[in-house]
Design a protein around this ligand. Structure first.
Ligand SMILES: Nc1ncnc2c1ncn2[C@@H]1O[C@H](COP(=O)(O)OP(=O)(O)O)[C@@H](O)[C@H]1O
Ligand SMILES: [Mg+2]
Length: 278
Protein backbone atom coordinates (compact mmCIF):
# COMPACT_ATOMS: atom_id res chain seq x y z
CA UNK A 1 0.00 0.00 0.00
CA UNK A 2 1.39 3.46 -0.82
CA UNK A 3 2.58 5.50 2.13
CA UNK A 4 -0.17 8.13 2.51
CA UNK A 5 1.87 10.63 4.53
CA UNK A 6 5.07 10.53 2.47
CA UNK A 7 3.99 13.81 0.90
CA UNK A 8 2.21 16.81 2.37
CA UNK A 9 -1.43 17.10 1.27
CA UNK A 10 -2.21 19.88 -1.17
CA UNK A 11 -4.25 21.76 1.44
CA UNK A 12 -1.11 22.17 3.58
CA UNK A 13 1.14 23.14 0.66
CA UNK A 14 -1.43 25.70 -0.36
CA UNK A 15 -1.79 27.12 3.16
CA UNK A 16 1.93 27.33 3.99
CA UNK A 17 3.84 27.56 0.67
CA UNK A 18 6.84 25.81 2.27
CA UNK A 19 10.43 26.58 1.31
CA UNK A 20 11.51 23.29 2.91
CA UNK A 21 9.74 20.30 4.42
CA UNK A 22 10.79 17.09 6.14
CA UNK A 23 8.73 14.30 7.63
CA UNK A 24 10.20 13.56 11.05
CA UNK A 25 7.92 10.80 12.22
CA UNK A 26 5.19 8.44 11.05
CA UNK A 27 3.71 5.94 13.46
CA UNK A 28 0.39 4.64 14.79
CA UNK A 29 -1.86 6.82 12.67
CA UNK A 30 0.11 10.03 13.09
CA UNK A 31 2.75 11.72 10.94
CA UNK A 32 4.62 14.89 11.88
CA UNK A 33 6.33 17.19 9.38
CA UNK A 34 8.85 19.95 10.06
CA UNK A 35 7.96 22.72 7.61
CA UNK A 36 9.71 26.01 6.96
CA UNK A 37 8.08 28.95 5.25
CA UNK A 38 9.53 32.34 4.30
CA UNK A 39 8.62 33.64 7.75
CA UNK A 40 8.29 30.81 10.26
CA UNK A 41 8.87 27.17 11.11
CA UNK A 42 5.88 24.92 11.77
CA UNK A 43 5.04 21.41 12.92
CA UNK A 44 2.36 19.87 10.72
CA UNK A 45 0.50 16.85 12.04
CA UNK A 46 -1.45 14.46 9.82
CA UNK A 47 -3.80 11.89 11.33
CA UNK A 48 -5.15 8.81 9.60
CA UNK A 49 -7.04 5.68 10.74
CA UNK A 50 -5.03 2.55 11.49
CA UNK A 51 -5.97 -1.06 10.97
CA UNK A 52 -5.78 -3.46 13.92
CA UNK A 53 -2.45 -5.21 14.67
CA UNK A 54 -1.69 -7.88 17.29
CA UNK A 55 -0.38 -5.06 19.54
CA UNK A 56 -3.07 -2.43 18.85
CA UNK A 57 -6.80 -2.61 18.27
CA UNK A 58 -8.17 -0.64 15.29
CA UNK A 59 -8.01 3.02 16.21
CA UNK A 60 -10.16 5.25 14.04
CA UNK A 61 -9.60 8.09 16.54
CA UNK A 62 -6.04 8.65 15.33
CA UNK A 63 -7.57 10.21 12.21
CA UNK A 64 -9.39 12.76 14.37
CA UNK A 65 -6.57 13.58 16.80
CA UNK A 66 -4.94 16.50 14.91
CA UNK A 67 -8.24 18.35 14.49
CA UNK A 68 -9.14 17.68 18.11
CA UNK A 69 -5.76 19.12 19.14
CA UNK A 70 -6.35 22.07 16.81
CA UNK A 71 -9.69 22.74 18.49
CA UNK A 72 -7.98 22.67 21.91
CA UNK A 73 -5.36 25.17 20.64
CA UNK A 74 -8.19 27.33 19.42
CA UNK A 75 -9.90 27.31 22.82
CA UNK A 76 -6.55 28.18 24.40
CA UNK A 77 -6.36 31.21 22.12
CA UNK A 78 -2.96 30.21 20.71
CA UNK A 79 -1.60 32.19 17.77
CA UNK A 80 -0.69 30.85 14.38
CA UNK A 81 -2.56 27.57 14.40
CA UNK A 82 -4.90 26.00 11.88
CA UNK A 83 -6.65 22.67 11.46
CA UNK A 84 -8.89 20.87 9.03
CA UNK A 85 -9.44 17.72 7.04
CA UNK A 86 -7.49 15.89 4.34
CA UNK A 87 -8.23 12.76 2.32
CA UNK A 88 -7.56 10.26 5.12
CA UNK A 89 -8.30 12.19 8.28
CA UNK A 90 -7.49 15.52 9.88
CA UNK A 91 -4.45 17.81 10.14
CA UNK A 92 -3.16 20.70 12.17
CA UNK A 93 -0.47 23.35 11.78
CA UNK A 94 1.29 24.70 14.90
CA UNK A 95 4.44 26.72 15.56
CA UNK A 96 7.61 24.64 15.71
CA UNK A 97 9.25 24.57 19.15
CA UNK A 98 13.02 24.38 19.14
CA UNK A 99 14.87 22.26 21.68
CA UNK A 100 15.45 18.79 23.10
CA UNK A 101 12.71 16.96 24.95
CA UNK A 102 13.00 16.18 28.65
CA UNK A 103 14.16 12.59 28.12
CA UNK A 104 16.84 13.65 25.65
CA UNK A 105 18.05 16.55 27.77
CA UNK A 106 18.55 14.39 30.84
CA UNK A 107 20.30 11.53 29.02
CA UNK A 108 23.67 12.36 30.66
CA UNK A 109 22.06 11.84 34.11
CA UNK A 110 21.16 8.26 33.15
CA UNK A 111 24.62 7.17 31.98
CA UNK A 112 26.22 4.39 34.06
CA UNK A 113 27.97 5.84 37.08
CA UNK A 114 27.00 9.36 36.07
CA UNK A 115 27.50 12.04 38.68
CA UNK A 116 25.39 14.51 36.73
CA UNK A 117 22.30 15.55 38.69
CA UNK A 118 19.08 16.52 36.92
CA UNK A 119 18.61 20.28 36.96
CA UNK A 120 15.83 21.48 39.25
CA UNK A 121 15.35 24.47 36.93
CA UNK A 122 14.37 22.12 34.09
CA UNK A 123 11.85 20.29 36.30
CA UNK A 124 10.48 23.68 37.31
CA UNK A 125 10.05 24.75 33.68
CA UNK A 126 8.10 21.54 32.94
CA UNK A 127 5.91 22.06 36.01
CA UNK A 128 5.24 25.65 34.95
CA UNK A 129 4.19 24.53 31.47
CA UNK A 130 1.70 22.10 33.00
CA UNK A 131 0.55 24.71 35.53
CA UNK A 132 -0.27 27.13 32.69
CA UNK A 133 -2.51 24.50 31.10
CA UNK A 134 -4.25 23.63 34.37
CA UNK A 135 -4.81 27.33 35.11
CA UNK A 136 -6.68 27.58 31.81
CA UNK A 137 -9.05 24.82 32.85
CA UNK A 138 -7.52 21.86 31.00
CA UNK A 139 -6.01 18.53 31.95
CA UNK A 140 -3.42 17.27 29.45
CA UNK A 141 -4.15 13.54 29.65
CA UNK A 142 -0.92 12.46 27.91
CA UNK A 143 1.94 13.90 29.98
CA UNK A 144 5.20 12.11 29.07
CA UNK A 145 8.88 13.12 28.70
CA UNK A 146 8.66 13.46 24.90
CA UNK A 147 5.93 16.06 25.28
CA UNK A 148 8.10 18.59 27.10
CA UNK A 149 10.25 20.55 24.68
CA UNK A 150 12.87 22.49 26.62
CA UNK A 151 13.32 25.68 24.61
CA UNK A 152 15.84 28.46 25.16
CA UNK A 153 13.21 30.80 26.65
CA UNK A 154 10.60 28.45 28.06
CA UNK A 155 9.42 24.86 28.05
CA UNK A 156 6.53 23.89 25.78
CA UNK A 157 4.09 21.12 26.60
CA UNK A 158 3.00 19.62 23.27
CA UNK A 159 0.48 17.06 22.01
CA UNK A 160 -2.80 18.35 23.37
CA UNK A 161 -4.87 15.86 21.36
CA UNK A 162 -6.16 14.11 24.50
CA UNK A 163 -6.66 17.21 26.66
CA UNK A 164 -9.97 17.54 28.50
CA UNK A 165 -11.66 20.32 30.39
CA UNK A 166 -13.66 22.37 27.91
CA UNK A 167 -15.89 21.52 24.99
CA UNK A 168 -14.42 20.44 21.65
CA UNK A 169 -16.45 19.98 18.44
CA UNK A 170 -18.32 16.66 18.75
CA UNK A 171 -17.36 15.68 15.20
CA UNK A 172 -13.67 15.65 16.21
CA UNK A 173 -14.12 14.28 19.73
CA UNK A 174 -13.47 10.73 20.92
CA UNK A 175 -13.40 9.01 24.33
CA UNK A 176 -10.27 9.06 26.47
CA UNK A 177 -8.82 5.57 26.65
CA UNK A 178 -5.69 6.27 28.67
CA UNK A 179 -2.17 7.17 27.66
CA UNK A 180 1.27 5.54 27.64
CA UNK A 181 0.89 3.24 30.61
CA UNK A 182 4.29 4.11 32.14
CA UNK A 183 2.80 7.51 33.00
CA UNK A 184 -0.72 6.47 33.89
CA UNK A 185 -1.95 7.22 37.42
CA UNK A 186 -3.47 4.21 39.24
CA UNK A 187 -7.02 5.62 39.11
CA UNK A 188 -6.74 6.04 35.32
CA UNK A 189 -5.40 2.50 34.83
CA UNK A 190 -8.15 1.10 37.06
CA UNK A 191 -10.85 2.93 35.17
CA UNK A 192 -9.51 1.74 31.79
CA UNK A 193 -9.38 -1.86 33.03
CA UNK A 194 -12.90 -1.71 34.48
CA UNK A 195 -14.73 0.50 31.98
CA UNK A 196 -12.49 0.97 28.93
CA UNK A 197 -12.50 4.75 29.39
CA UNK A 198 -11.26 7.25 31.96
CA UNK A 199 -11.33 10.93 32.84
CA UNK A 200 -8.11 12.95 32.56
CA UNK A 201 -7.59 15.09 35.67
CA UNK A 202 -5.01 17.57 36.97
CA UNK A 203 -4.09 15.05 39.71
CA UNK A 204 -3.40 12.34 37.10
CA UNK A 205 -1.26 14.86 35.18
CA UNK A 206 0.77 15.53 38.34
CA UNK A 207 1.36 11.78 38.73
CA UNK A 208 2.41 11.59 35.05
CA UNK A 209 4.81 14.51 35.49
CA UNK A 210 6.34 12.74 38.52
CA UNK A 211 6.75 9.54 36.48
CA UNK A 212 8.21 11.56 33.58
CA UNK A 213 10.79 13.31 35.76
CA UNK A 214 11.69 10.01 37.42
CA UNK A 215 12.24 8.00 34.22
CA UNK A 216 14.11 10.88 32.56
CA UNK A 217 16.49 11.22 35.52
CA UNK A 218 16.99 7.51 36.29
CA UNK A 219 15.86 5.44 33.30
CA UNK A 220 13.40 3.55 35.54
CA UNK A 221 9.66 3.29 35.03
CA UNK A 222 7.86 4.44 38.16
CA UNK A 223 6.15 1.07 38.60
CA UNK A 224 8.06 -2.14 37.81
CA UNK A 225 6.70 -4.57 35.21
CA UNK A 226 8.37 -6.75 32.59
CA UNK A 227 9.28 -5.09 29.28
CA UNK A 228 7.10 -7.57 27.40
CA UNK A 229 4.03 -7.17 29.65
CA UNK A 230 0.83 -6.59 27.68
CA UNK A 231 -0.94 -3.31 28.23
CA UNK A 232 -3.60 -4.85 30.52
CA UNK A 233 -0.77 -6.48 32.52
CA UNK A 234 1.01 -3.13 32.76
CA UNK A 235 -2.19 -1.50 34.01
CA UNK A 236 -2.76 -4.27 36.57
CA UNK A 237 0.77 -3.70 37.87
CA UNK A 238 0.06 0.02 38.26
CA UNK A 239 -3.19 -0.68 40.12
CA UNK A 240 -1.79 -3.45 42.34
CA UNK A 241 1.77 -2.40 43.06
CA UNK A 242 3.43 0.50 44.76
CA UNK A 243 5.88 2.59 42.79
CA UNK A 244 9.63 2.02 42.93
CA UNK A 245 11.45 3.82 45.73
CA UNK A 246 12.41 7.29 44.53
CA UNK A 247 15.99 7.36 45.71
CA UNK A 248 16.99 10.66 44.14
CA UNK A 249 18.90 13.21 46.14
CA UNK A 250 17.72 16.72 46.92
CA UNK A 251 14.33 18.37 46.58
CA UNK A 252 13.39 16.41 43.45
CA UNK A 253 13.40 13.06 45.26
CA UNK A 254 10.99 14.14 48.00
CA UNK A 255 8.75 15.93 45.56
CA UNK A 256 8.51 13.12 42.99
CA UNK A 257 7.72 10.68 45.78
CA UNK A 258 4.72 12.85 46.67
CA UNK A 259 3.65 13.27 43.04
CA UNK A 260 3.55 9.48 42.64
CA UNK A 261 1.29 9.03 45.68
CA UNK A 262 -1.29 6.30 45.06
CA UNK A 263 -4.04 8.36 46.70
CA UNK A 264 -5.10 11.39 44.70
CA UNK A 265 -5.55 13.52 47.86
CA UNK A 266 -1.95 12.92 48.90
CA UNK A 267 -0.50 14.27 45.63
CA UNK A 268 0.49 17.95 45.52
CA UNK A 269 -1.33 20.23 43.08
CA UNK A 270 0.73 21.54 40.18
CA UNK A 271 0.92 24.93 41.89
CA UNK A 272 2.39 23.26 44.97
CA UNK A 273 4.91 21.47 42.73
CA UNK A 274 5.92 24.79 41.16
CA UNK A 275 6.25 26.39 44.59
CA UNK A 276 8.39 23.52 45.91
CA UNK A 277 10.79 23.82 42.96
CA UNK A 278 11.00 27.62 42.94
N1 LIG B 1 5.22 21.95 17.86
C1 LIG B 1 6.23 21.09 17.77
N2 LIG B 1 7.51 21.55 17.74
C2 LIG B 1 8.55 20.70 17.62
N3 LIG B 1 8.42 19.37 17.53
C3 LIG B 1 7.17 18.84 17.55
C4 LIG B 1 6.02 19.67 17.68
N4 LIG B 1 4.93 18.89 17.66
C5 LIG B 1 5.38 17.62 17.54
N5 LIG B 1 6.73 17.58 17.47
C6 LIG B 1 7.61 16.40 17.33
O1 LIG B 1 6.85 15.30 16.87
C7 LIG B 1 6.76 14.27 17.87
C8 LIG B 1 5.35 13.70 17.89
O2 LIG B 1 4.44 14.75 18.17
P1 LIG B 1 3.16 14.55 19.06
O3 LIG B 1 2.49 15.88 19.11
O4 LIG B 1 3.51 13.90 20.33
O5 LIG B 1 2.29 13.61 18.14
P2 LIG B 1 1.72 12.11 18.28
O6 LIG B 1 0.27 12.32 18.27
O7 LIG B 1 2.23 11.43 17.07
O8 LIG B 1 2.23 11.53 19.55
C9 LIG B 1 7.15 14.97 19.16
O9 LIG B 1 7.68 14.07 20.11
C10 LIG B 1 8.17 15.97 18.68
O10 LIG B 1 9.41 15.34 18.44
MG1 LIG C 1 2.63 12.31 21.35
Amino acid sequence: MPDPTSELPFVILDALRPISQRRILNRRGSAVWDVETETRRYAVKLGYPIAPTPEWPAQPWTALAPAREGAVFHRLDLDDIAYGEWELGTWNIQPWHEGPDLYGLWEPCRADGSAIEPHVSVALSCAKALARLHAQGWSHGDVQPAHFIIGPDRTHLIDLALAHGQPVPPSYDFPYRGCLVHYEAPEISRSILERGVAEPTPAADVYALGASLFISATGWRAVAYPDDASRPQQRKAIVNATHRPVNMAGPLGVLINGMLAYDIEKRPSIDEVVKALN
